[in-house]
Ligand binder design. Sequence first.
Ligand SMILES: [Zn+2]
Length: 65
Amino acid sequence: MAAPSFVHCPTCNKLIPWTEEYPDRPFCSERCKLIDLGEWASENYRIKENSPEKPFEQTQPIDKE
Ligand SMILES: [Zn+2]
C-alpha cells in the first residue's frame, strides 16, 4: 500500500493525510471547508471580472532531477 500523501488544510494550515479519514480534504474538517467556501463566495462578489481563475492545484514537488 502506498503511503498517503499529506496536504495542508487551506483554512487552518493543519497537515492532514489524504485518506478516507478526512472526507472534507483538503480541509481538515467540515468547518474549515465551510469557512473557505464562505471566503470564496465573498471574494467572488468583490472581484467579479478581473480575476483569472486558476484551477486548484495540489502542492507538488517541483525539484526533480
Ligand atoms: Zn483546517
